[in-house]
Write a protein that binds this ligand. Structure first.
Ligand SMILES: Cc1ncc(C[n+]2csc(CCOP(=O)(O)OP(=O)(O)O)c2C)c(N)n1
Ligand SMILES: [Mg+2]
Length: 527
């Protein structure tokens, strides 16, 4: 028998979150959820981080999950509080980051509610409501199950204030253990056969590799079959870019890489939805936790629905009983291709020198967050990543403004890893107010703000593609160094790669929230 205790809905919610393993909650307190915040006040094992705009809550919970695999809570007031979270929620949905969002039910105003409108559906994997405190433990438990099984994505619980305030007999539950899903033996058999037959396989790794902690298993399989590995942007670090089989980001517009990829006879795609280019006679295997991805129609593709780590391990185990490891015949060829790709004459300045300064300063296990700015775009191709969960992007969502708060969340979850955010002046100002949060909670993220006083990408498009019709892209900016200092952060201006390297190195040593402003001019773009 589960013991029954008298408590309020607010207490039932917080105690359930605590029992289910939630250790951090992001939010802004307010009417409709006082009871939750009050219960958090007496919860010793949950840290409450209040931010300056709810927009940061979901970005932070996203970074928090990606760095640690731990699920954070987000508690926001209904209506505008919730609506402020939605860019982060949509991005988290897109990059498959789960988080437990809690708000009230009157989100839309009466008309919309009466019409049965539910705007949360496209933003969440699952939504639940409760009418009585005693239903809360079961609901939180189900929310965790939704996030810990299948494709991890945000979920939402809606609880009205009267339910939070009401007392009830509540039976608290504990966490469950969830076992990773594995594909059936037949599918494994078919995949093994395809890999055995292959003479030139390539592995295409995505963010799912990080989500299932499959980096080591992927590297082992790659070594056994001697398959070079390319990654999506979010998959960077799935195999260390120091590994002789790593081919880096799958930039097919770089022609030598595109041509090389076109000649591979089997593509083994792991945890990525990337629709790699199809070539005549080529076969593909797609491993994904989400059957939506494994059953997507693509020519000659075998879909394996399951957890990436378990599936890769089963594949290797089965394969190693059937064939010996393949000889290392391609290392030289790969090294040659990469040498050219990353050679100075094939890249642009000042991006290359600035990126080199960053890479040579950030430790191998550091986390770099890519903002939607010119240095960020450049990093997708040319920043080598040496560790799993060491590089974070907003993937297909291309969310300007996410980088700084994602970095804050990542640093909270992984305080022993250096976290460096690549921002532009435009993107940084979406959430610059969270410098206050960083200082208040001692979140020692280093933000590099590349300042061209413009929404530079868009400005360039206006100049190059729209006959110089410049509108809305030149920016009046604050003095970033003074702004950051006024919040109590450390701030410095760095002119050029050398100063950037030394400022970054000092910032990482010092370990305080830091902003480094790097003035830049117009930038060229390749890809
Ligand atoms: C939420 C959102 N709004 C708008 C855009 C369109 N957008 C993409 S990049 C960009 C400009 C970014 O400016 P900045 O951060 O200064 O970087 P820069 O391009 O100057 O390097 C804009 C407006 C977007 N991707 N996301
Ligand atoms: Mg800019």
């Amino acid at each position: 028998m589960v013991p029954v205790t008298r408590m309020t809905g607010g207490q039932a919610l917080v105690r359930s979150m605590s029992r289910e393993g939630v250790r951090t909650v992001f939010g802004i307190p307010g009417a409709g959820q006082y009871e939750i915040v009050d219960a958090l006040w007496s919860a010793d094992d949950i840290r409450y981080v209040s931010v300056r705009n709810e927009q940061a809550t979901t970005y932070m919970a996203d970074g928090y999950f990606r760095a640690s695999h731990e699920i954070a809570g987000v508690v926001v007031v209904q209506g505008p509080g919730f609506f402020n979270t939605t860019a982060g929620l949509a991005t988290a949905y897109d990059v498959s980051s789960p988080m437990l969002v809690v708000t009230g039910t009157n989100l839309y105003g009466h008309d919309a509610q009466e019409a049965g409108v539910d705007w949360t559906t496209p933003l969440t994997k699952w939504t639940g409501r409760v009418e009585r405190p005693r239903q809360i433990p079961e609901l939180v438990h189900e929310a965790m199950r939704q996030m810990r099984t299948g494709r991890p994505r945000p979920v939402l619980i809606q609880v009205d204030q009267p339910v939070l305030a009401a007392e009830d007999d509540v039976a608290l539950l504990g966490p469950d253990e969830y076992h990773p899903e594995a594909p059936g033996a037949d599918d494994i058999g078919r995949a093994v056969w395809t890999l055995e037959e292959s003479t030139a396989p390539v592995i295409w790794a995505g963010g799912g590799v990080h989500a299932s902690s499959a980096s080591e298993s992927l590297t082992k399989l790659a070594e056994y079959i001697q398959a070079p590995v390319v990654t999506s942007a979010n998959g960077k670090g799935a195999i260390s870019d120091r590994h002789p089989l790593s081919m880096g980001f799958a930039e097919t517009r770089y022609e030598p890489l595109g041509r090389w990829l076109a000649k591979r006879d089997v593509v083994l795609a792991v945890g990525t939805r990337t629709p790699f280019p199809e070539t005549e006679g080529r076969r593909a295997i797609r491993i994904d936790i989400d059957p939506v991805e494994t059953t997507r129609s693509q020519h000659h593709t075998l879909g394996l629905t399951g957890d990436a780590k378990v599936t890769l391990e089963t594949l290797l185990e089965t394969l190693s009983r059937k064939m010996p490891p393949r000889p290392k015949t391609e290392h030289k060829l790969i090294a040659e291709l990469l040498k050219n790709r990353f050679a100075a004459h094939n890249q642009v300045e000042p991006q290359r020198s600035l990126m080199d300064a960053i890479r040579s300063t950030v430790p191998d296990d550091g986390i770099v967050v890519q903002g939607m700015n010119q240095m960020g775009y450049y990093s997708r191709n040319y920043l080598p990543v040496y560790s799993s969960r060491g590089y974070m992007t907003s993937s297909h969502h291309s969310t300007l403004g996410h980088a700084f708060p994602v970095g804050l969340g990542a640093k909270l979850a992984a305080s022993d890893r250096a976290v460096v955010v690549l921002s532009g002046d435009g993107g940084f100002q979406y959430n610059s107010q969270e410098l206050a949060t960083a200082v208040q909670y001692g979140i020692n993220v280093v933000s590099i703000v590349f300042n061209d006083n413009a929404y530079g990408n868009v400005l360039r498009a206006q100049i190059e593609e729209f006959g110089g019709h410049v509108l809305g892209t030149r920016l009046h900016n604050p003095d970033f160094v003074a702004l950051a200092r006024s919040y109590g952060a450390t701030a410095i201006k760095a002119d050029g790669p050398e100063e950037l390297g030394s400022a970054l190195s000092k910032a990482l040593e010092r370990g305080s929230p830091t902003l480094i402003e790097v003035p830049v001019g117009d930038m060229e773009r390749v890809y």
